[in-house]
Design a protein around this ligand. Structure first.
Ligand code: PLP
Length: 357
């Protein structure tokens, strides 16, 4: 499909970032965005890159009332030779359609998803920051825009992509965050939408997040929705626990997000001398193993959070501190290796990097 590039008037051009250490996450957006529409009867149409700006939408649109929305998150990196790299973008294209299928949204051809991102990022590449730990975060999303209050899949959608130059996801930067295991609220249940990257999952997580914050914790660690016993994941990260050189993570149960970073860690770790295992992790066993000194490190994985070390873990009234509040060796090793591949400092033996042209 032909993607039209509309003019960018001088008054719509924003100032570029001056101090890359002040970026934070997702607060600043580039000059342009991509939009492609889908209409029942005609399918995907009207693909265009236009100046970044607000949508004009009818208040009755399906997305505002029934949360028919999905999204993705990936990053672009500017290499020292000037090339622009994406990390495993085809995984995001595939997952986007899996999420869409769950909430009855039309499938977007992977080629259109990838071409659109490629073209938009190429146009906006001057926005990609280059300081350590920074990148251009790419946010594709789809919303239902049919103006009708009946509960049924919409007959009109916007697929859009916006770009945000970002630094570290957590205010603490690459430092341990503190996590509270949530034993009351649940994020997802078997048969629910936990495996889909859909906005509603996040809306339902906010209350637990706020309560954890009040108690001094950065994030909530979700347990399974049936027994509140097995580790699932954190807000926007899959979780890993190191038992010496053996790293374990929860299996893809259907109620957790199948992270691209999770998959990358599972493939990278064995090349670094670690063994990996996907198995159900009982929170009671986990706390006992930390207390007994068997669990040596914990970290989360996600595109936004990259590899994030965990310091404190709290479950009911028990608080355990891992690695004395420092960044563990395995966590550091995986962070360095993963970001090394993404930024071109280490060789990409898996063929994960795709260049923007
Ligand atoms: C996006 C997301 C992740 C991380 O997935 P990546 O593909 O590694 O970015 C983990 N959990 C949830 C709930 C997510 O939305």
């Amino acid at each position: 499909m032909d993607i039209k590039v509309l003019p960018l008037p001088a008054e719509k051009m924003k100032d570029k970032i001056k101090d890359e250490s002040q970026l934070g996450f997702g607060k600043l957006f580039t000059d342009r965005m991509l939009i492609v529409e889908w209409k029942a009867g005609s399918g995907w149409c009207d693909a265009r890159i236009e100046p970044y700006g607000p949508f004009m939408l009818d208040p009755s649109c399906t997305v505002f009332h029934y949360a028919q929305e999905i999204f993705e998150g990936l990053k672009a990196y500017k290499w020292s030779d000037g090339r622009v790299a994406l990390f495993r973008p085809e995984m995001n294209a595939r997952r986007f359609n899996q999420s869409g299928d769950r909430i009855c949204m039309p499938e977007i051809p992977e080629e259109l998803f990838l071409d659109g991102i490629n073209k938009l990022v190429a146009l906006e590449q001057d926005w990609i920051p280059t300081a350590d730990g920074t990148s251009l975060y790419i946010r594709p999303a789809m919303i239902a825009v049919e103006p009708v209050l009946g509960v049924h899949p919409s007959n009109h959608y916007y697929f859009f992509v916006i770009l945000s130059p970002v630094g570290a996801y957590y205010a603490a930067g690459f430092n341990p965050i503190n996590i509270m295991v949530e034993d009351h609220y649940v994020r997802a249940v078997p048969g629910g939408t936990g495996e889909a990257k859909t906005g509603g999952n996040y809306a339902s997580s906010l209350k637990a997040g706020l309560e954890a914050k009040k108690k001094g914790y950065d994030q909530v660690l979700w347990l399974d929705g049936r027994e509140r016993r097995y580790i699932e994941e954190v807000g926007a990260m899959n979780m890993f626990f190191a038992y010496g050189k053996h790293i374990v993570t929860a299996p893809l149960s259907g109620s957790i997000l199948s992270g691209v970073t999770r998959d990358s860690v599972l493939k990278l770790a064995p090349t670094l001398g670690f063994t990996v295992e996907e198995r159900p992790i009982d929170v009671n066993d986990l706390m006992a193993d930390i207390s007994a000194g068997k669990v040596t490190e914990a970290f989360g994985s996600g595109t936004a959070a990259v590899i994030t070390p965990v310091g404190k873990l709290c479950y009911k009234d028990e608080v355990q501190q891992l690695t004395g509040g420092r960044v563990g060796e395995i966590t550091q090793n995986l962070y360095d290796t993963l970001t090394g591949i993404q930024t071109g400092k280490l060789s990409d033996q898996f063929g994960w990097v795709k260049f923007v042209d």
